[in-house]
Design a protein around this ligand. Structure first.
Ligand code: NAD
Ligand code: GLY
Length: 358
């Protein structure tokens, strides 16, 4: 087992990661000071796989558990699901000393985290992420929220968990496509901050995809360590935290243009990262060899790297302009300076279109 720390003063918390940690959750919740009442928010897919043993582990440690099920899917990261979670917390007479646990992927983590941030003006919560994306990204850093019909994640709060418990064994039941989409975020950490992680993926990709425990621990641990460092520097995304958006400006635009139906988030990000690397080369920031390595690694992982031919660059750029990260007609782009270093760059629609089409 590996332990990392997210150091945020009185909001600091540990991340535990290793194989079989779901069975030890009671111990971690106790250490985090969680009260006797625990509400486990999850969905039917994850519940079918893990809820019973998880509940038993918490009961063995003396917790009284109420399970709260939300339907599976991004469309259920909604006000309606949130209201249903509040209803159940109120019906079960949860109080300020009670604790919420998010058991699932990023959808459950964001929703349960936001419920915790707002119920009774804030109760403690614990992230138990079960997808690779949630383990390396959404469970760490305290971004919580729900979607609005006008856009994703429009309602939310920064609210840090008390502890993050990552059981790598949960990845064994994750559909391969979901795993590979999560891997795109691991590649992202390599590009933005960690050449050694990038090289590890290049060298041992097949073994990571085969879920070899030591390699998984290395890759997930390195990713969480970077995420923790970024969040420690800029918890509320006033500046540096947006480095985590490498590949996301184009990725989000692609997801939106394809109605969130064609690509999983990580797949769109893989295309976004490859295109961001190409723009970086054309800006004179990145060498051609690094761009080649980024594209090659993502393709080897079975991820897409090209903008689909049906999508027009003008439409893509228009979407980026309305993205919440645009200001004064320019879009804040994260560009890479080779592998392991980035630079922010404000680009106009014309500049992006020109560099994407070159
Ligand atoms: P998800 O939560 O929808 O999970 C994907 C699928 O995998 C679901 O069907 C889920 O039921 C299933 N699943 C989960 N764990 C499983 C397991 N161990 N075995 C089998 N199936 C399993 O998707 P996701 O990719 O985990 O998360 C996406 C969400 O995360 C989006 O809403 C996104 O906005 C959010 N997100 C948040 C942050 C943040 O910082 N808070 C960062 C990135 C993404
Ligand atoms: N996933 C981006 C962030 O946490 O800031």
């Amino acid at each position: 087992m590996r332990t990392l720390q997210v150091k945020l003063g009185d909001r600091s918390y540990p991340i535990y990661l290793g194989e079989g940690l779901l069975a030890r959750a009671g111990e971690f919740l106790k250490e985090a000071g969680c009260g006797e009442r625990v509400g486990v928010v999850t969905n039917p897919t994850v519940a079918g796989l893990y809820l019973k043993p998880f509940q038993e582990a918490l009961s063995r440690a003396g917790f009284r558990v109420t399970s709260i099920l939300v339907a599976d899917g991004e469309e259920h990261k909604s006000l309606k699901s949130l209201a249903a979670v509040y209803d159940q917390l109120i019906r079960a007479r949860f109080d300020r000393g009670s604790c919420i646990v998010a058991l699932g992927g990023g959808v459950i983590g964001d929703l349960a985290g936001f419920a915790a941030a707002t119920f009774l003006r804030g109760v403690p919560y614990v992230q138990v992420p079960t997808t690779l994306l949630a383990q390396v990204d959404s469970s760490v850093g305290g971004k919580t929220g729900i979607n609005h019909r006008e856009g994703k994640n429009l309602i939310g709060a920064f609210y840090q968990p008390r502890v993050v418990v990552i059981d790598l064994a949960a990845l064994r039941t994750l559909p391969r496509r979901e795993f590979l989409a999560g891997l795109a975020e691991v590649v992202k950490y390599g590009i933005i901050e960690d050449p050694a992680l990038f090289a590890l993926l290049e060298e041992k990709l097949e073994r990571v995809i085969a879920l070899e425990p030591d390699l998984l621990e290395e890759a997930v641990g390195a990713s969480c360590a970077i995420k923790a460092r970024v969040v420690e520097k800029d918890e509320r995304e006033e500046d540096y935290r947006s480095v985590l958006n490498f590949g996301h400006t184009i990725g989000h635009a692609l997801e939106s243009l394809t109605a969130y139906e064609k690509f999983l988030h990580g797949e769109a990000i893989a295309i976004g990262m490859t295109q961001a690397a190409s723009i970086s080369v054309r800006q004179g920031l990145c060498d051609e060899e690094s761009r080649r390595r980024i594209g090659l690694l993502l393709r080897k992982a079975g991820l897409p790297t090209e903008i689909p031919s049906l999508i027009r660059v003008e439409d893509l750029v228009k979407k980026m302009e309305v993205d919440k990260k645009s200001a004064g007609g320019k879009v804040k782009f994260v560009l890479c300076e080779g592998i392991g270093k980035t630079q922010f760059c404000w680009l106009s629609a014309e500049e992006i279109a020109a560099r994407l089409s070159a």
